[in-house]
Design a protein around this ligand. Structure first.
Ligand code: G6P
Length: 610
């Protein structure tokens, strides 16, 4: 999704903007641009494609100015092209504007403005905002932005700078209704961004804007107003992310670095939250919702993408450990199926970013329909999902930059295990030190599975030319089969399907041939024999079987062409271990095929539009 950066201060502005945009590249984009005010005039530079195209242009024609805006665009209205790249300059050349979101009423607004003589040079809804602000601009930018916001319908985060106020007047005004926007606080300089990752190298003191906020920043001041222009208080927060975590740290790709960070991230997610002696789980901030959790008759778990797969695992955990019925929905589906919500429902939103528009809308819908409480499982402090929730289980994954989610997923599984144990406790069961203690085995098990990367790379080398892959799992490992297939699709563009192993004979078995690798997850006791029979069925039809198993390789050698060994942990935590070889397989297949694994085509890290 579109990335936004802004800077007011005394340092050279363009290098700062480019640094911020570089750190936002992972969000996914198709063009980029910057705008500065130079000698009382707006100057822009834009380029289609990767950021390096913009950098090359700026190298050949350097741009200096007193303050500026930068943007990476992920096309919604209008094709990816230089013409449609932001910043957009208004028809009178008095301001430049960058935007993330969708203006739903842009067509009637554009028609009206065009009839009144405003020229349009792009196909974007963003240019409509630029002209709307310009229409009201009479010396002071803030009232013009407030007036424009009153006419906009839809979701937006935008920032604007202008020549109003004259030479040397360094000011940016920004507005938020939906997609994230935060201010970074400095000493004699201020920043603005759509994502903390863009700011971490400069400041960790931030103000998250809330929906309806309009902010004005100058080098020495930060002010926030509501829609009617009344000042509002917004508390500054200190981000607890280490800036080094947002770098590649010697790895070729963020994705590989983040796969390897899982041992630490998983440990950080349960550390300090378990009393291993008593089995007690301590979830900060849950006292406020415990009564409602105790009284709940069911949970509605809402998420998108990889987080939705975590939700499916969460259903197993919560139903088995806390005996509480769980329904899982895609955020984008929930609102449109008339869910039955009453005061017995507690809604749980799972989101790495806490900013996914579909998940947020679903959570809000649950609230409006009468859910007793909203709980978030989230990786980003201060994000919208955490703000609209009554309590949050934070995952401590640190910044996740690779578009394909890895460490966020495994930490979500751990957070959901903690939530399941907590629910079990508030619903009357005694804490169980044995259940809690299982978590302590995870870090070592993850280290061991990560140590088998070499063998997985070789398997990737042997099968990276396949056109299709099938992933099979049963029970709590069925969502892991889905996640393995999703990772491969995202990273390598190979068509892949995840299937419950027992369902294979009702359809996918027709696809099996000697060119089709089938990854089968065969761990634990409950369904091992069944999955082994499913492998046998593939093998008998000359399919290629890649077994992920915690058994001795001899146990499966009669049915498998390749064996990936994983250490055994408790059944409920086995998915945390089993997904790691699938992440590594997707990564190495993607690299072999020359794919851009950190920024796969068309994908965005945080999907902030519906
Ligand atoms: C996008 C990302 C996925 C992610 C999904 C949900 O599609 O590419 O990796 O799983 O959004 O994101 P969230 O931040 O809500 O977990």
């Amino acid at each position: 999704m579109c990335g936004i950066v802004g800077y007011v201060g005394d340092r050279p502005v363009v290098p700062l903007l480019l640094d911020g945009l570089k750190r936002l590249e992972y969000r996914g984009y198709d063009s980029a641009g910057v705008a500065v005010v130079r000698d009382g005039e707006i100057v822009t530079c834009k380029a289609e494609g990767k950021l390096e195209n913009l950098v090359a242009r700026l190298d050949s024609a350097p741009l200096a100015g007193s303050h500026g805006l930068g943007h990476t665009r992920w096309a919604t209205h209008g094709a990816p092209s230089e013409r449609n790249a932001h910043p957009m300059v208004d028809a009178r050349g008095r301001l430049a504007l960058i935007h993330n979101g969708i203006i739903e009423n842009f067509l009637p607004l554009k028609r009206r403005l065009a009839e009144e003589g405003w020229a349009f040079r792009s196909d974007t809804d963003t240019e409509v905002i630029a002209n709307l602000v310009s229409e009201r601009l009479d010396g002071d930018l803030l009232p013009a932005v407030l007036a424009a916001c009153r006419q906009l319908e839809g979701m937006y985060a935008f920032a604007v700078l202008s020549t109003a106020g004259g030479d040397g007047h360094q000011e940016i005004v920004a507005a938020r209704q939906g997609p994230p926007l935060l201010l970074g606080l400095g000493d004699g300089e201020q920043y603005l961004a759509s994502d903390p990752a863009a700011l971490l190298a400069h400041t960790r003191d931030v103000v998250f804007l809330e929906n309806g906020d309009v902010a004005r920043i100058t080098p020495r001041s930060v002010e926030v107003f509501d829609g009617s222009g009344e000042p509002v208080e917004r508390r500054a927060q200190r981000l607890d992310w280490d800036p080094v975590q947002a770098d590649k740290g010697g790895y070729r790709h963020y994705m590989l670095k983040e796969i390897h960070e899982q041992t630490q991230a998983v440990q950080d997610t349960f550390a300090g939250r378990i009393d291993f002696a008593t089995g007690e789980v301590l979830l900060e901030g849950f006292a406020a919702v415990d009564e409602r959790l105790a009284a709940a008759s069911r949970l509605h778990v809402l998420a998108c993408g990889t987080s939705w797969h975590a939700a499916l695992v969460g259903k197993f955990l919560i139903e088995e450990l806390a005996r509480l019925p769980v329904e899982v929905d895609y955020g984008s589906e929930y609102r449109y199926r008339h869910p039955i919500v009453d005061e017995g429902v507690v809604a749980v939103g799972i989101s790495q970013s806490g900013e996914t528009a579909d998940t947020l809308s679903a959570m809000q819908a649950a609230r409006e329909l009468g859910a007793a409480a909203l709980v978030a499982v989230c990786n980003v402090r201060g994000s919208e999902a955490t703000r609209i929730s009554d309590a949050t289980v934070y995952t401590h994954a640190g910044p996740e930059i690779g578009v394909a989610s890895t460490k966020a997923f495994t930490t979500q599984l751990v957070a959901l295990y903690l939530l399941a144990l907590h629910l079990r406790r508030v619903r009357g069961e005694e804490p169980d030190p044995a259940l809690a203690g299982e978590l302590a085995h995870l870090p070592q098990a993850l280290d061991r599975v990560l140590a088998s990367e070499r063998e997985i790379r070789q398997i990737a080398r042997r099968y990276h030319r396949a056109r299709d892959f099938l992933f099979l799992g049963r029970g709590i490992n069925y969502p892991i089969a889905l996640e393995g297939a999703l990772k491969l699709k995202e990273i390598s563009y190979i068509h892949a399907e995840g299937y419950p192993a027992g369902e294979m004979k009702h359809g996918p078995i027709a696809l099996i041939d000697p060119d089709m690798p089938v990854v089968a997850i065969a761990t634990g006791e409950r369904v091992y024999d069944k999955v082994k029979s499913n492998m046998q069925e593939v093998h008998a039809r000359d399919g290629i079987v890649i077994a992920v198993t915690d058994r001795d390789p001899e146990d499966v050698e009669d049915v498998a062409d390749e064996v990936i060994r994983v250490p055994r942990v408790a059944e409920w935590l086995q998915p945390v271990v089993n997904v790691v070889p699938l992440q590594l397989l997707a990564y190495h297949v993607g690299v072999r095929r020359g794919a851009d694994v950190d920024q796969p085509r068309n994908l965005a890290k945080s999907v902030t539009v519906e």
